[in-house]
Design a protein around this ligand. Sequence first.
Ligand SMILES: C[S@@+](CC[C@H](N)C(=O)[O-])C[C@H]1O[C@@H](n2cnc3c(N)ncnc32)[C@H](O)[C@@H]1O
Length: 231
Amino acid sequence: MDAARFDKRGYPVVDAATGYDEWAATYEATVATGLDEPLLDGITSVDWRAMHHVVDLACGTGRVGARLAAKGVGAIDGVDIAKEMLARAEAKKLYRSLRVGDIAATDLPSGSYDLCIMSLADEHLAEVAPVYREAARLLMPGGCFVLLGYHPFFLMNGLHTHYHRADGSAVSISSYVHLHSEHFRAGLMAALSLVEFNECVIDEEWLKTKPKWRPYLHWPVSFAVVWRRDA
Ligand SMILES: C[S@@+](CC[C@H](N)C(=O)[O-])C[C@H]1O[C@@H](n2cnc3c(N)ncnc32)[C@H](O)[C@@H]1O
């Protein structure tokens, strides 16, 4: 469902490609890294060093690619819809390939990846089923799909992904609420098996990364799911 129905801020809304092209220059300095980094580090079902072929869906500036490279994964291919985000990823020189495209319909080869990862992007997709199908298509048998997402409860709290323009004005990026049952159905329909599911709740430690979010202490803010394509 369109997150606009829960919006409490009333910022102007732009589509993902427009918004991230504009946000790219300041994205890494302003994104709430507490949303996905602790969850990524907490995943226990993936042997990162055994992930020789990785695809990073909605790779953005390559922030997650850099984290995966530090964990010892092999070659990483990235896909994103925003050219300005991809330019930052390119500059990191970490990716084997980068392409502009829709993560729900890439032109990457089927059955080629041990690991497919997508961080902080599902809220920009009107439907999650197509990207689950695409992840399942890209994975080798036994491969993992790791999805890190902004928590649907937090979006329903009216706080949508937004950034500030150079003049200080705030802009929201169009967002959708996907309940966890939607993810569950989409994974099953794509013939994936759920192997891990974690949620992140804002606590005192978390607030050190974004002190302004104190009013949301105890709110669930993000989640991680790990799926496996059966061998
Ligand atoms: C919050 S950023 C996350 C970027 C990166 N994964 C990270 O965690 O830093 C969301 C990204 O999703 C991309 N995106 C949104 N919808 C997309 C789509 N349909 N196809 C490809 N990329 C998309 C945006 O361009 C943006 O780079």
